[in-house]
Design a protein around this ligand. Structure first.
Ligand SMILES: [Zn+2]
Length: 212
């Protein structure tokens, strides 16, 4: 792990907006569950894709093709961890139009050339939409406005390892929340530049197997 100390922490303030919508007022289906590192709904139930895996992930057309291998590698990390496919990439299709992440029924990876000025410390963001305890959609934004990313070799000391970002964001896609207590979790909030974080910790593995 090579970290240029002269750089301050480049934070991945990877916000997981609480956009769950509980449309039924009919109460929980289960007893309150242990969270296993997952986001929980208001009834204390873990929120995940349940049996609707693998999740199909689409790529927006503004996403650089030379960066796609980083996404593929990160998907493979989670699929290998689970022992089955949790995420699949829709390889032959690119979502056209302006990059405008929104709830539209498709889970899309966006490469954003603009970013909110008051959130410049965010390297990426995943928005998860769910109903009851089941995720329906998750969109990933990569902040290309404020950061430079690399696949294999950094060009400068501040470059950020894109596969590491995707391993973390895909954890959010699958329903995991931040974990800053456990050493080595890929769900730790912060990632410094030129740092690799692509190895799933034992706890991350145990957690993901609670749901998948
Ligand atoms: Zn995050």
């Amino acid at each position: 792990m090579k970290v240029n100390k002269s750089w301050k922490w480049l934070w991945s303030l990877l916000v997981l907006p609480v956009m769950g919508v509980s449309l039924q007022a009919c109460g929980p289906k289960h007893q309150e569950e242990p969270d296993c590192g997952f986001v929980q709904n208001v009834y204390g139930e873990r929120v995940s894709w349940k049996s609707s895996v693998p999740v199909t992930l689409y790529v927006h057309e503004a996403f650089p093709e030379e960066m796609v291998p980083a996404l593929k590698s990160a998907i493979a990390v989670w699929n290998k961890t689970a022992g089955r496919d949790l995420v699949r990439l829709a390889e032959s299709y690119r979502v056209p139009g302006e990059p405008s992440p929104r709830q539209d029924g498709m889970s899309v990876v966006y490469w954003m050339s603009t970013w909110e000025k008051d959130k410049k410390a965010e390297q990426a963001r995943t928005s998860v939409y769910w109903t009851s305890d089941e995720i329906r959609e998750a969109d990933i934004r990569i902040n290309d406005a404020d950061f430079d990313f690399y696949v294999d070799t950094p060009k400068s000391g501040k470059d950020v390892h894109l596969e590491s970002i995707f391993v973390h964001e895909l954890g959010h896609v699958l329903g995991l929340k931040h974990n800053d207590q456990a050493t080595g979790s890929v769900m730790a909030t912060y990632l410094s530049s030129q740092t690799l974080r692509i190895k799933i910790s034992d706890l991350d593995r145990e957690n993901i197997r609670c749901e998948y």
